[in-house]
Design a protein around this ligand. Structure first.
Ligand SMILES: Nc1ncnc2c1ncn2[C@@H]1O[C@H](COP(=O)(O)OP(=O)(O)O)[C@@H](O)[C@H]1O
Ligand SMILES: O=c1ccn([C@H]2C[C@H](O)[C@@H](COP(=O)(O)O)O2)c(=O)[nH]1
Length: 332
């Protein structure tokens, strides 16, 4: 799908002039026909079928070419082992590669957040309104707010890897996600300066949504997915990246697409609706259907297709539930 021009309106392209993003008409590898696969993911049923079939029967993943299925056939182990590596946050559960309980040396890496402190992650599709939500709570509440470290992704020693990824996801997806994982780890383990921290996204959505999408769409090779998964499992088992509540801003991809065009971030001009649909499906799979990955904290779902005024009403309705751990009755 050809990229649409950004509509006139508020822009958010500061810092986007790196060594990427120079070709706003360039396809991110998302559905022009010549490029093999839009980064859409296989559905949960398909993935579960792949798990059941095991090695012998990896099924075709998304609209990728037939070679993709052949390439993946010998690699179905990854689906089976993934769930097993999921740890309850805050507990040092050995992952499949760990083999034995953590040694004393390993324990020195275990960084526990202070008891009584609360970490809330705002999750949702691209342009679903996460930053706007964080800004609202930052202005109306005395909490610590950590936005996504987008500026870092746009400028790693002069390289804009967010822009590079949207130009060529097959080449740069692993690069971006490796750095996202590092910068998210840094966010999760940063000492808290307030009893309540509200974060935009998390190391968990980076892995279960964005890495997963690259992998399933054939834009991340099995070996890169395996290495990132090993890193992710190690981090989960040896540091505290736990979350107390996920607030999922649930939107329709079309609404996000409209908001994305209004925001007009330089690197994202090439994003087609299909990409937002794929990200949406993975969010639903992760947080609503619970099809593949364990969710180890309550999830509060807030419909977020509404205008700003209605969203503010919703934030106020849910304020207590979000900020007070005792009020979790409507969480999934
Ligand atoms: N409820 C809303 N209605 C209309 N536009 C919105 C709403 N919430 C956010 N926006 C706009 O949509 C764009 C994306 O919102 P943003 O908060 O940056 O999303 P995210 O952080 O999830 O990517 C911004 O231009 C923002 O001003
Ligand atoms: O793990 C990740 C996290 C984010 N991104 C991309 C998606 C968007 O283009 C930007 C920032 O997301 P917002 O939803 O606008 O905050 O970063 C990614 O590719 N991988």
């Amino acid at each position: 799908m050809a990229a649409e021009r950004c509509a006139a309106g508020p822009r958010d392209d500061a810092g986007s002039r790196g060594d990427a993003g120079a070709d706003p008409t360039g396809d991110p590898g998302a559905g022009t026909g010549a490029e093999p696969a839009p980064p859409q993911s296989a559905g949960a049923e398909e993935v579960m079928a792949r798990r059941r079939k095991g090695r012998a029967g990896a099924v075709r993943c998304g609209p990728a070419a037939a070679g993709w299925a052949m390439w993946r056939r010998g690699a179905a182990w990854a689906w089976g082992r993934r769930g097993a590596g999921t740890a309850v946050p805050g507990t040092a559960v050995p992952g499949p590669s760990a083999g034995a309980p953590l040694s004393a040396a390993a324990h020195k890496h275990l960084i526990k957040k202070d008891a009584g402190k609360r970490i809330i992650c705002i999750e949702g599709n691209i342009a679903s309104g996460k930053t706007t939500c964080l800004d609202y709570f930052a202005q109306t509440t005395s909490i610590e707010v950590l936005k996504e470290p987008l500026a870092k992704w746009r400028n790693v020693r002069g390289h804009n890897i967010l822009g590079l990824m949207y130009q060529d996801a097959s080449r740069w997806g692993i690069t971006l996600q490796t750095y996202v994982q590092l910068t998210m780890l840094e966010q999760h383990t940063r000492p808290m300066i307030s009893p309540i921290r509200m974060m935009e996204r998390s190391i968990h959505s980076a892995k279960h949504v964005f890495v997963e999408n690259l992998y399933r769409s054939g834009k991340m090779p099995e070996v890169d997915y395996a290495v990132l998964s090993e890193w992710f499992d190690w981090i989960q088992n040896n540091t505290d990246v736990s979350v107390d509540l996920i607030v999922y801003l649930q939107t329709s991809p079309k609404v996000c697409y409209e908001r994305l065009k209004t925001r007009c971030r330089e690197e994202e001009k090439v994003i087609p609706l299909e990409y937002l649909e794929a990200i949406h499906e993975l969010y639903e799979e992760w947080l609503i259907k619970r099809a593949l990955f364990e969710v180890s904290c309550p999830v509060l779902v807030i419909g977020a297709d509404h205008d700003m005024q209605k969203m503010v009403e919703k934030y106020e309705e849910n304020r207590d539930q979000i900020l007070n751990p005792a009020n979790r009755q409507r969480c999934l």
